[in-house]
Design a protein around this ligand. Structure first.
Ligand code: FES
Length: 150
């Protein structure tokens, strides 16, 4: 398991975390190369189904990160995302996806914080191991849909 390199997908807001990640790169900070970034306009735009889709497509972990609440470019998007996250986290627990989705606020000036988060989440997902439960979850959902049909 020591040579396991997790695939981590990061949904980051265009206005803060994306620039923070860029700052980490231009500052030549060293951090784990396991994270692939998807740039979104605002964390308030993130549909929770995007996160489930990431696991379906083979991600071992997901990071969601955007502006600090008072800095959201769209005023309330970050706060909406935080409220949505509180509910969504419970759903993830029910689905057995605990500890694989992490939510942060990283500003454009926090390149060091982004590098640290990347390292910490990578280590955390390494300890959990590869995420292999999605096919079983998918089969259970398909079976429940078949049972629900009249
Ligand atoms: Fe960054 Fe809303 S614009 S979280």
């Amino acid at each position: 398991m020591n040579d396991f390199e997790p695939k981590i997908l990061a949904f980051v807001c265009n206005w803060c975390t994306y620039l923070g990640a860029d700052l980490a790169g231009t500052s030549r900070l060293k951090y784990a190369p396991n994270v692939r970034i998807i740039n979104i306009p605002c964390t308030g735009r993130l549909n929770p189904l995007f996160v489930l889709k990431a696991f379906e497509r083979g991600a071992d972990g997901v990071i969601i990160s955007g502006c600090h609440p008072a800095d959201c470019h769209y005023t309330s998007g970050s706060s909406i995302a935080r409220r949505r996250w509180i509910v969504f986290r419970r759903l993830l627990d029910v689905l057995g996806i605990q500890g694989r989705v992490h939510f942060f606020w990283v500003s454009a000036a926090e390149g060091r914080k982004w590098a640290d988060i990347t390292d910490e989440v990578t280590q955390s997902i390494k300890r959990l191991g590869p995420f292999t439960a999605f096919p079983a979850l998918e089969n259970a959902w398909a079976a429940s849909r078949r049972l629900a049909r009249p």
